[in-house]
Design a protein around this ligand. Structure first.
Ligand SMILES: Cc1cc2nc3c(=O)[nH]c(=O)nc-3n(C[C@H](O)[C@H](O)[C@H](O)COP(=O)(O)OP(=O)(O)OC[C@H]3O[C@@H](n4cnc5c(N)ncnc54)[C@H](O)[C@@H]3O)c2cc1C
Length: 668
């Protein structure tokens, strides 16, 4: 058998062997052939020939070039006799193996005690599932999912970002890196204060008319690193927006003010009095008013109605979610709003603060990836240097330099520390990262739920906080489209996974949103790419397990015929079977939520450049200015002293609102 050719019985057709570079990952046709063989094993009859090419495209977006190279190296090895022997115990190159053999291999890797093998499964499995279910094709078509509901509306774009077509140098008062919850607010407030502002956004500009609502395309075009970012042990998938408007464009519109107990905790941890003096509260009021936060446009989708029913039957806390929407249709189509709101109802920074910023003269630049803050050495004054601008790389590979009197880092809690570390800062930068690890209990219902449709999030419960304290998880639901559902639903075998996906219209979930007390850290590797180290500590794990067990009770009370957790072995029970419930509880506790045992999801990254009075415990001072570099400010979720414990957007915006006031005063 020659390596690189599919000779096994029933093996998928080989990609063109004369091609040497296929797809964004820079892989060879032989590596694509290995992916094809493995994908055929993972997907069984749900496989289609478009999958390996899409896998390469997804892998091309990986945050960390070193990881990508390592994975591609592994694929190359799997197509040699020696590599195949080492990694599979059998010398036959993997590309020639039939789907059944590849399926056995994936199952063995997934259950392996050896981290490198388990990580191969964790690195390849989700990519194959997303590639198969994130776009139309036989896999997705069998789920009953309708795909995008019609075309995007033909409405004009309202912003006019610059897209440099050559090297460029700009000058301004303030350059803001990032245009999301923090960057959008800070840009508008500073421009309104009369300052000349340039906003650099590494994503593109997509408005209502551009939201295709094709799930896989949306992750590629609107999410950070095409939604491939994970912690370095692959234990937690990290989702963040990366487009003009950042997370506010793709997020689920839940708009909690920072709870008073959290503000008090933040004041105590940071030493910053503004958290309790009324200053941050005033900023919270200001941003909530601008976004039209309301709980009168929270009509529940079926999944939220079931959440509410289950909670009500148990006598547990349930309440409507406040949302930042104006004229929200709250209909079935709203479930696609995580891929951009076509109605323009979600009050993202795209339709609020960035419009105001531009109207006040701010220049927006898209496709501009800030690589480093330009720092000039300073003699005396307590800081090592002074920020004089930012150097960025454009999507087309050009160099963009923006000279400025001040720099605001608002690139989100992964990318802001990465930018600062690339710029030579150290200290507390990157430390104290919080992720709000999320998982869910899933229920099977007789009635159709279509968990992808309806208002994004409309109900929540803080019941566990009453029992377990302020670090207990909350319950919310999320819209589950087939791509993300396929990744979240544990893969045990091709047939089992496919059967579950085919039932997905009748699945519902109770999301368990953890508040992590333990912390992780963002570092950069030699290429300057972010590396996220974060582990679920014992206490946080125990709280998450308690959350999943209670979420299972909610689903049972709501009428589920079967309930299971998202752990690798997918333990479950049938409501009414008391012994089954006891066994499930034991199984959930025993399985835990470590890497290889379950995949966690983070929609909220926070705390990695935190604010505080003490430079030994924080990255920026009470006025949001870096302890190390003058003229450098932070205005995003990185600032949080600890996890917010509620969905963070409004807290981010309030802190950015305050940061703008401080900076405007400094520059006056
Ligand atoms: C799917 C999803 C659903 C969510 N739902 C909710 C919700 O319902 N309620 C809630 O409160 N929160 C929600 N969140 C979280 C919320 O959106 C974020 O906490 C918030 O947007 C963070 O604000 P930020 O300013 O820190 O970063 P972001 O809003 O993420 O903005 C950072 C921006 O910086 C850009 N950037 C990064 N690096 C660079 C660079 N080097 N150069 C230039 N630009 C760069 C990014 O592309 C991005 O656009 C959700 C998040 C996701 C992903």
């Amino acid at each position: 058998m020659t390596s690189g050719a599919f000779t096994g019985e029933g093996a998928p057709p080989s990609p063109d062997p004369t091609r040497t570079d296929q797809g964004g990952a820079g892989a060879t046709s032989r590596q694509e052939a290995v992916l094809a063989a493995l994908a055929a094993g993972i997907l069984g009859p749900a496989y289609d020939p478009a999958v390996p090419g899409r896998m390469l495209e997804i892998l091309g977006g990986t945050a960390n070039r070193r990881d990508r190279e390592r994975l591609l190296g592994g694929l190359r090895a799997l197509d040699t006799r020696a590599g195949a022997l080492a990694l599979t115990g059998h010398p036959a190159p993997v590309s020639g193996r039939p789907p059944a053999a590849a399926e056995t291999l994936m199952a063995r890797w997934a259950g392996s005690r050896l981290p490198p093998l388990r990580q191969l499964a964790d690195a390849i499995g989700p990519v194959a599932l997303l590639a198969a279910y994130g776009w139309p094709g036989p896999a997705r078509d069998a789920t009953g999912y309708p795909g995008p509901l019609g075309p995007a509306p033909d409405v004009p774009r309202r912003l006019h970002p610059l897209v440099p077509d050559g090297d460029l140098e700009l000058a301004c008062d303030v350059v803001v890196v990032g245009s999301g919850a923090g960057g959008g607010v800070v840009a508008a407030e500073l421009a309104r204060a009369g300052l000349d502002v340039v906003v650099l956004e590494k994503g593109g500009y997509a408005a209502e008319r551009d939201f295709t609502h094709q799930e896989g395309d949306a992750y590629r075009d609107l999410y950070l690193y095409g939604s491939t970012l994970t912690t370095d042990d692959l234990g937690c998938r990290i989702l963040a927006g990366s487009t003009l408007g950042g997370g506010t464009v793709v997020n689920y519109s839940t708009s909690f003010p920072t709870p008073p107990t959290v503000l008090a905790e933040w004041a105590a941890v940071s030493g910053v009095d503004a958290f309790v003096s009324g200053e941050v509260a005033a900023s919270l009021d200001a941003v909530a008013a601008r976004l039209g936060v309301t709980d009168t446009q929270s009509r529940p989708a079926v999944r939220d109605r079931l959440l509410e029913q289950g909670l009500a039957r148990l006598g547990w806390h349930v309440a409507p979610l406040p949302r930042n929407v104006r004229g929200c249709p709250q209909d079935a189509g709203c479930g696609w709003c995580g891929f951009g709101c076509r109605a323009g109802a979600k009050q993202s920074t795209l339709v609020t603060y960035l419009e105001e910023a531009e109207a006040a003269g701010a220049r927006l630049v898209t496709g501009a990836d800030a690589r480093r803050v330009l720092v000039e050495p300073l003699q005396g004054g307590g800081r090592a240097g002074r920020a004089t601008g930012v150097e960025a790389r454009t999507a087309a590979g050009h160099r963009l330099v923006v000279r400025a009197r001040a720099v605001v880092a608002a690139a989100g809690a992964i990318e802001t520390p990465a930018l600062l570390l690339r710029s030579g800062l150290g200290g507390q930068v990157g430390r104290h990262l919080r992720l709000h690890p999320g998982t869910a209990a899933v229920g099977v219902f007789d009635e159709p739920v279509r968990w992808w449709e309806g208002t994004l999030q409309a109900r929540y419960s803080a019941q566990l906080r009453q029992w377990l304290g302020p670090y207990a998880p909350m319950f919310e639901t999320v819209p589950a489209h087939p791509g993300v559902a396929a990744v979240a639903l544990p893969w045990r075998s091709a047939a089992d996974h496919r059967a579950m996906m085919e039932r997905s219209a009748n699945l519902s979930l109770v999301g368990v949103l953890g508040r992590d007390e333990g912390a992780g850290r963002v570092r950069v590797d030699r290429a300057g790419d972010p590396v996220v180290r974060w582990r679920l500590g014992d206490t946080d794990r125990a709280r998450l397990v308690a959350g999943v067990l209670s979420a299972g009770e909610v689903l049972a009370a709501a009428g589920a015929t079967e309930v299971f957790s998202l752990q690798r072995r997918r333990p479950g029970f049938r409501p009414g079977d008391a012994q089954g419930l006891r066994d499930w509880r034991t199984a959930v506790r025993q399985a835990g939520y470590g890497p290889g045992r379950a995949t966690l999801f983070s929609y909220h990254q926070m705390g990695s450049c935190r604010i505080g009075t003490d430079p030994a415990a924080s990255a920026v001072g009470p006025d949001h200015r870096s302890h190390e570099v003058d003229g450098l400010y932070v205005a995003d979720a990185s600032l949080f002293p600890t996890a917010s414990g509620v969905n963070p957007m409004l807290s981010v915006m309030a802190l950015a609102h305050r940061a703008a006031a401080k900076l405007a005063a400094h520059l006056a």
